[in-house]
Write a protein that binds this ligand. Structure first.
Ligand SMILES: NC(=O)c1ccc[n+]([C@@H]2O[C@H](COP(=O)([O-])OP(=O)(O)OC[C@H]3O[C@@H](n4cnc5c(N)ncnc54)[C@H](O)[C@@H]3O)[C@@H](O)[C@H]2O)c1
Length: 363
């Protein structure tokens, strides 16, 4: 069982394969004798590193594994340098392939190394988190963090193939899995009301990680991301809609110093806020806002920060939003919904509305 989604980017087009136990078609034929470096973090390597190495060796490739520590702190230039050294040691030449086996952290890091080592070598993404399957492995954004902020150094660099083996989700911790579901819900809001309805109907299958349910839903999310990326690969316009819930979400992560909320949890809180802004600014129906909050809750995501608060008040969150990459002259720009499946982007919200909406949902 598997599905394929095509990402249409002229000579940089590629396939995303979604299923269980998938082969890597781009390497299965014609890569015998070539070198591959599998980049993974320690947790993912312990589960899947040996199996991945055996798969590539079975294609006749000369394979090495490079293992970095798990955690966002590894998305750093220090590890870019370390991986360049591993690549040299492994004898990677211009016909070689770098394979990212892991979540978004590994994909972004290994992708940046693949984009820059020898001015670019072939890159394959094998995402193992739900977030990486539906979001970060698709679309070609790679990069690392600086002390000054997240993802400040990077490159647009498309993989030659993405293979999402859904069976790897079995070992993903519950919080990480739910965090990925937040991005899944986002696609329903920004693009596809029928997907949103399907998510509501299939909450049980989703929370139980039913592979048949997941295959259809992950594929639909990849189709949507592929469609958006195909018209705006370099993030100059409509790609901004993928940031629904992210304006406040990034600020929530930032004020809590990136150690309290997972990305998807912060995005869930950001979507609750964006829905309230949308109610006030773009006519988003009350009933749709309620459905969104209910679905997030049912999927195990936070819709309120709870007694511990955000780790910062509205003033701190508002200040963090001013420094967001998508802000202009310190004024945050929001993606707002008109109804489920339809959004506008680049919307500046009056200051009083922004503060009142925050009080209304989180006060
Ligand atoms: N490039 C993009 O377009 C894009 C989009 C969204 C997010 N991102 C980036 O993605 C990163 C977050 O990605 P993430 O949420 O996948 O986090 P992650 O890669 O840090 O993985 C989360 C945790 O899950 C573990 N893990 C991964 N797969 C596992 C599995 N199958 N079984 C058991 N444990 C597993 C990892 O070791 C890690 O501890 C951030 O750096 C973010 O900036 C990039």
């Amino acid at each position: 069982m598997s599905r394929t989604v095509h990402v249409d980017l002229d000579e940089r087009s590629y396939e995303i394969r979604i299923g269980t136990g998938c082969e890597i078609a781009s390497l299965r034929e014609g890569a015998a004798g070539q070198r591959a470096l599998i980049v993974s973090d320690a947790q993912v390597d312990a589960h899947y590193g040996a199996r991945c190495e055996a798969l590539l060796a079975g294609y006749g490739m000369k394979v090495r594994r490079a293992v970095v520590p798990a955690g966002e702190g590894t998305k750093d230039l220090k590890y870019v340098q370390e991986l360049y050294e591993r690549a040299v040691e492994a004898g990677l030449d211009r016909h070689a392939t770098i394979v990212a086996l892991g979540g978004g952290m590994v994909g972004d890091l290994a992708g940046f190394v693949a984009a820059t080592y020898l001015r670019g070598v072939r890159f394959v993404q094998l995402p193992t988190t739900l977030l990486a399957m539906v979001d970060s492995s698709v679309g070609g954004k790679t990069g690392v963090n600086l002390k000054a902020g997240k993802n400040l150094v990077g490159a647009f660099y498309q993989p030659v193939e993405v293979v999402a083996d859904l069976a790897t989700l079995a070992t993903l911790p519950d919080r990480e899995y739910a965090s990925g579901l937040a991005e899944v819900v986002k696609y329903g809001v920004i693009w596809d009301a029928a997907l949103f309805r399907k998510l509501e109907e299939q909450v049980a299958g989703l929370t139980q990680r039913d592979l048949t349910v997941l295959e259809a839903i992950v594929a639909r999310c990849c189709e949507i991301k592929a469609e958006v990326v195909a018209v705006d690969e370099r993030d100059a316009g409509v790609r901004a809609i993928l940031n629904f819930g992210h304006t406040l979400g990034h600020a929530v992560e930032n004020v809590a110093h990136y150690d309290r909320w997972l990305h998807g949890e912060a995005v869930a809180l950001g979507m609750v806020y964006a829905a309230e802004l949308s109610r006030r600014e773009t006519g988003f129906p009350d009933e749709d806002a309620k459905r969104l909050t209910r679905l997030l809750k049912d999927l195990g995501l936070p819709v309120h920060p709870g007694a511990g608060g955000f780790g910062g008040d509205w003033v701190a969150l508002r200040a963090a939003m001013s420094t967001d990459k998508k802000s202009r002259q310190s004024v945050p720009r929001f993606v707002l919904a008109q109804k489920l499946g339809a959004v506008v982007f680049d919307h500046a919200v009056p200051e009083d509305v922004a503060a009142e909406a925050f009080g209304a949902v989180f006060g």
